[in-house]
Design a protein. Sequence first.
Length: 281
Amino acid sequence: MTPIFELKDLSVMLHSRRGDKPLVQHVSFCVHAGECLGILGESGSGKTLCMKAAMGLLDHSFHVSGSARFNEEELIGKSAESLRRLRGGKVGIILQNPMTCFDPLYRVGSQIAETFAAHNAWSAEEIRKRSLAMLETMRIHNGKDVLQKYPHQLSGGMLQRIMIGIAMTMAPDLLIADEPTTAIDAITQYEILEEILRIKRKKKTAMVFITHDLSAVSRVADRIVVLNHGKIVDEGDFSHILHHAKDPYTRLLVEKRADVMRRYVSTLAEKGELPCLSCAM
């Protein structure tokens, strides 16, 4: 089966007065239709940089080499305009802080409409109908009122769901979720992950889920790639990462998660509220 998205030997070099600095080195992975690939790593590991390099989101200070193919079409070297049309259309991108993705001076409905109009030949009435249907699909009620609000009048979780809804309305072949649960509370994180799982079950969309959170990626990813200092240090399904990882960095991530869960279980045990251990792990 031909992958929807594939990186081969991707490298990113930063040019500066002090010389060239390698940030991503020879990264290769792929993701197929209906599959979610998790990219796991801490801040500075290169996980977001890989996707920005592939999608043409880096400036001229960076040199990108290797290959990034989407539906068998090479992206490295494509014009900025071609990549701009691809982003938001066949490739949906969800960023980690929704507040920075909406212009505070314009109503949410206007910004949704602008995105839809940029990639489709829909009439104003069709855009409004699709906007309301999207909000309903994303379990956001009182859609007419929401479209009239400004971003600061909505919660981070609602804005995040709107971003996911916009991306999915465009029926992308590839959805890139870059730390989508980092800037929101635990309850909303759960809701966002459930929404991603729902989309994964119902659509054939290929997904790349970027995170530093092993617990989050374990819920949504079919396979996991672990990055450290710009290199892939481990890969496999969650069971492999949890029990058979060979790299010391990956084992450290697993141990950190296990330590948090041990403290969580211990705290609840002291209160007489001990949960199911298999559920906690």
